[in-house]
Design a protein around this ligand. Structure first.
Ligand SMILES: [Zn+2]
Length: 268
């Protein structure tokens, strides 16, 4: 991958400092920290306001369908950079078996791939691409993986992934510039992918996706307790190097609390 992505200000510093040779090995709450910095008063806020004023017209002109199209370009670029498990690989075979029934789910057209990396993560883009890291697959049983897939599908179905894409797009000067001229460049797509994968969802989005994940398990007659045990496993990783940084865990609420909530929901 091109690690020397040009992005603006603090995000650049954080992304560059966090970006190792490995596609997925970001550390710390990269975007979480950047978002906080943007939200604080002082120069950060001033810059944000200036940029927001300039972005009003462009923001209004980015449609959902355009964002989905950019999302397809973004995931295609990311798949090229990533160590994608090839057909016949044990991880690819396992994920294909688990997702065979779910190429269409709840009105969505989905596609699934494994990224071969030790990180414990998964993410979904607004075009319905779901990517599961082999580190997560090592940690989870089949039933637990299905519960996480349900959660990720929930982010797509509830429009969270689209919202995240819009945020990543609007934060990217390069994307706005390039899209004015048509197709996004490889560098801009790489930058968008970094922003997207590292951004965290809000507390309420995570909670809604957890609820959707349980509905997914029920609808497909999968094992409900797997949703809780998967979240307990993630809770055990909270704050560790493996668990501190990725979009599966939003730090607030902690995975422990989310597991408690899931326990209540599946006990109803
Ligand atoms: Zn989530």
């Amino acid at each position: 991958m091109n690690r020397f992505v040009i992005v603006s200000g603090l995000v650049a510093a954080l992304v560059l400092s966090a970006c190792n040779a490995d596609l997925a090995s970001t550390t710390g709450d990269v975007l979480g920290a950047a978002e906080e910095a943007t939200a604080t008063t002082g120069n950060g806020k001033k810059d944000a306001q200036v940029s927001a004023a300039g972005d009003v017209f462009k923001a209004a002109t980015v449609s959902d369908s355009e964002l989905r199209a950019y999302s397809r370009q973004m995931i295609a670029a990311r798949d090229k950079q990533a160590p994608v498990a090839k057909a016949g690989d044990k991880y690819a075979t396992r994920l294909a078996r688990l997702t065979r029934k779910h190429a269409r789910e709840d009105g969505l057209k989905l596609n699934f791939k494994v990224y071969l990396t030790k990180d414990v993560n998964a993410f979904a883009t607004p075009d319905g691409s779901i990517r599961v890291y082999s580190g997560l697959m090592d940690l989870m049983t089949d039933d637990e993986l299905l519960s996480i897939l349900g959660h990720e599908i929930g982010h797509v179905k509830n429009g969270h992934s689209l919202q995240k894409m819009r945020t990543a797009y609007l934060a990217s000067a390069g994307a706005k510039l390039a899209s004015a001229q048509g197709k996004l460049s490889a560098q801009v797509l790489s930058e968008l992918g970094e922003s997207f994968v590292n951004a965290q969802f809000s507390q309420s989005m995570e909670s809604d996706a957890d609820t959707y994940g349980i509905a997914f398990l029920k609808r497909n007659k999968y094992k409900l307790p797997a949703a809780e045990s998967a979240m307990r496993k993630l809770a055990d990783l909270d704050g560790t190097a493996a668990g501190g940084s990725n979009s599966l865990f939003s730090s607030h609420p902690g995975s422990g609390q989310r597991a408690d909530k899931i326990h209540e929901l599946i006990s109803e």
